[in-house]
Design a protein around this ligand. Sequence first.
Ligand code: 5GP
Ligand code: MN
Length: 324
Amino acid sequence: MNIDILNRIFNEIECAKKILIVSHVNPDGDTLGTMCALKLYIGDKADTLVQTSASAGIPDTYKFLPEINLSKNLDNVENIYDLVIAVDVASIDRIVQKARVIFDNAKTTINIDHHKTNNGYGKLNWVIGDASSAGEVLYNIFKTKNIPVTKDMAECLYVSILTDTGGFRYENTKPETLETAAQLIKLGADNSDLAKKCYNNKPKNMILFQSEIISKTQFLFDDKVAIASITQKDYDKFDAKNEYTEGIAETLRTIKSVEVSAVLKENDNGCTKVSLRSDNIDVCEIVKKFNGGGHIRAAGCTIKKPLKIAEELLVCEIEKCLNL
Ligand code: 5GP
Ligand code: MN
């Protein structure tokens, strides 16, 4: 741990007059929990940006996070900040449109993350590739700097760790992860209440939408590969939000024979967003062929082709990595 970089990060936070904390696009529990915990520490001079349009809004599941209601979206964020801090943002292309302009124009940028594929796109970078989540990274920063973690901050950080470890089931759950979670519970995070809010709080239409998508899944290579493709029509039929796709790839991975599960989403700009999951294959290697990134068992990319062509290109790359 390079304490000098950490000190410079805190010096920048102290000196900055106007700070923007940025989530990644299609925000999840980790990016939002980390963003809110950092906002609670910095206070009024920090704005938070949830990278969605006003119409998409904050994902319903995470609306309970402390102070998330104060956050801005891509339609109403201000133009100029002297410090921008990206949290859980694996690569610069996960900061989009207007947010990218703000990032590029800021005097200083800080990148706090846990993706091994992160190339250090910030002026100051704090990337811990072994950590379960950006929330765990931030908790350790607070601990190193002796910053008190309030109950609200503990709840945010707990949500980060809980969701990025799939409820402490994935192999990124290390002894230190569980120790951190235990400390957060001692600091006031209500673990069973937070698990309920994150996992047992879904709208009916989300489950109906997911069951239709799952029922149309294609199984290839002796059921080793599951490909679920989602068209704009599917979204329309269930009035589904983008966040309704969360968990489909994980559900398909629970099938015994499945080594790689893939969810492909048709974007309205002719591109296809891909999510890959596995229990035993390095799916990050697969998405790197399409300039994506992430973790070995959970990775994603955008293929700049329509859905059907993207499916073919992806299946071809997955086949090369299978234990056939
Ligand atoms: P998800 O499939 O849930 O969108 O993402 C799984 C993991 O892959 C996350 O850690 C996420 O940050 C990363 N990821 C998803 N899409 C992309 C992408 O287009 N580029 C990069 N670099 N990482 C991605
Ligand atoms: Mn994360």
